[in-house]
Design a protein around this ligand. Sequence first.
Ligand SMILES: O=C(O)C(=O)C[C@H](O)[C@H](O)COP(=O)(O)O
Length: 211
Amino acid sequence: MVTSSELLTLSPVLPVVVLHDADDAVPVAHALRSGGVGVMEVTLRTPAAVDAVARVAREVPDMVVGAGTVTTPQQARQAADAGAAFLVTPGCTETLVSAALDTGLALLPGAATVSEAMRLAERGLHALKFFPAEASGGTDALRAIAGPLPWLRFCPTGGITMDSARRYLELANVDCVGGSWLTPPDAVAAKDFAWIEALARQAVALTAPER
Ligand SMILES: O=C(O)C(=O)C[C@H](O)[C@H](O)COP(=O)(O)O
């Protein structure tokens, strides 16, 4: 079982994967794994997502697969039943956080403000998704948050690219970044898994400097 702090250290980039066809789930997982990325977040934005999580959990044991875009307690339970190792939410409500914690899975809750981050910290959650990262002030905001709350760890997500990822990874309070760019819709639609593997390889090379 992975903890939320461990989750942030599995890869410099947490791939946010949108799958319209659950048949693509296992090949995408293998491609990411072959490129050196052993973690993936399947967003629950498509009807195929829960099945996709289940298939990867069952068939790709060396991939840590979680569910993203968890916005309701019911989705949290569905993802847990499907075998997700972790849950990611874009924001946080008391109800959603309670339901997600009840599953016993690692939780990466979304926060965009200092108050949201402090409320999550009060509940023992110190590994957070900073979302939407670019729209919420990007690296300047994260650097400012590290002043009063240096113990919080972040996975910024939203609008980050291979080019901007490095700037985030250099921050003292960032362990990894999230992004959908490792699995471009065109690559998935064309079943170009070699393309995904190549992007994963580039992402792994974005290792954060020693701190
Ligand atoms: O689905 C969720 O739970 C979200 O919170 C949003 C996603 O993490 C971002 O949409 C990924 O951002 P991009 O890399 O800019 O595509």
